[in-house]
Each structure stands twice: as C-alpha cells, then as structure tokens.
Design a protein around this ligand. Sequence first.
Ligand SMILES: [Zn+2]
Length: 251
Amino acid sequence: MIDAHIHSDTRPYEDFEEMAIAGIDKAITCAHDPLPMKVSAVTFEHIQRLLKVDVQRAEENGIKLYVAVGIHPRSIPRDYKMVIGNLPQILEDKRAVAIGEIGIEKGTRLEIKVFKEQLELADKLEIPVIIHTPRKNKRKIVGILLQVLEDNIDASRVLIDHVNTEIIKEVIDYGSMLGLTVQPGKMMPFEAVMIMKEYGVDKFMLNSDMSSAPSDPLSVPKTVHKMRLEGFNDSEIVRVSSKNAENFFKI
Ligand SMILES: [Zn+2]
C-alpha cells in the first residue's frame, strides 16, 4: 500500500514501523510549512531533511519514502525565486519525484504568482504536482486553483489533494488525479468509501496527510479495510491504494 501524502518530518520513528506492519511499503512525503520560512535557506534545510533524514528513517522500517519538493503557500520565503531556481537540481535526486505540496491558501497575488511559477516549471520538467486545497473557503479557492491550473499545466500531471464532497463536482470534471485525505476532522474512512462508491476508483489515491495536526498513520489501511467490508474487489483496492500512485509518480 502507498500513503500518497504525509509529512514525515513531524512524525516519530515508531509511526513508520506501525505503517509497515499494516502493509504500507511506500509513501510520499510533501514539503510544507513546519517553520515560518522567511528566507530560502530554511526551505532548503527543510527539503534536505526530508530527502536525507526521513528517507533513511522510513527505510530502516521497510518503507520506501519519496519526496515532493517545493514552496507551500503558507510558507513563502521573501527570496522564493532562489528556491524555484534550485528545484531542477534538487529534483535530480532519485527520491524527489514531484513538486508539492503547492497551491493557494488565501488567494493573495503573491501566492498565485509562486504557484504559477512552480506549475510552469513542473510542466517544463514533465513531472507531477501535488496541489494543496485549504480547509477554509475551500470552494472559492478551488475555483481560483482550477483556473490557474488550466492555464499553466497539463492535467495529466496534476493531483488535487484533500478533495471532499464540497468540491468534488468541480474537480472531477477537470480531469486530474484526486487525493482523498482520511484524517480526523477532515474525512473518515467511510466517507472516502462513499465517494469511491459514487465516482469509482480510477481517479483516486488515498493518504493520511499525517502531520503535527491530529492524524492517523493507519488511515490508508483502515480505508482499505472498510472498502473490503463494503464489497470492493481486489483489483479496485489495489488501484486506489497502490497502482494509481505508482503510475502517477512513476515509483
Ligand atoms: Zn499536507
């Protein structure tokens, strides 16, 4: 199984062991906003932590960790151009497989500018992007996000994350892959299962988004368990819990 969106740097060593015991063998950890990243040096240190320390911590527990690198909308350094300029080199690391998580939080001009520049880069480098959608004003922000995405990147490279019933109708038509984040306060396993009952499994990946917020490292196996109880067959379960992410991230 693959947990397609985690924040490994916020989690203890023991979580990786628990995940591995429950059947997770790969995960994608995303760059985010663990500190106020006022200057690019902090962003670079954060990315290096994921690529070096966390890849190792996961590996010691039998999990292959891959990394999405980039600038989160809640943590834009004042010299953000330094980060974007260095992303192609960082992405030469074989564990760096995507740009993310990137997106729009409040909709400021700076956020949109930084988002757009990272999309253009991903399209040029032909690599996938993981798109963060916020909890607040979700529908309104997703409307802006979709417009910027349509203008700047091929939909086949896009994973829109933290999708819920509030925005699913808008995002399903766009044609990208979609992430279901099963996390306390966001979505329960049965809600993810209901969405997949209605829309099928081809477009979805599962993730825990485990972070310093309330989280469950076993979100993906618990959702898979619920799918089995609800009558999904093996091939559907494998697609949503492994294959879709393997194809999308080429891992
Ligand atoms: Zn996240």
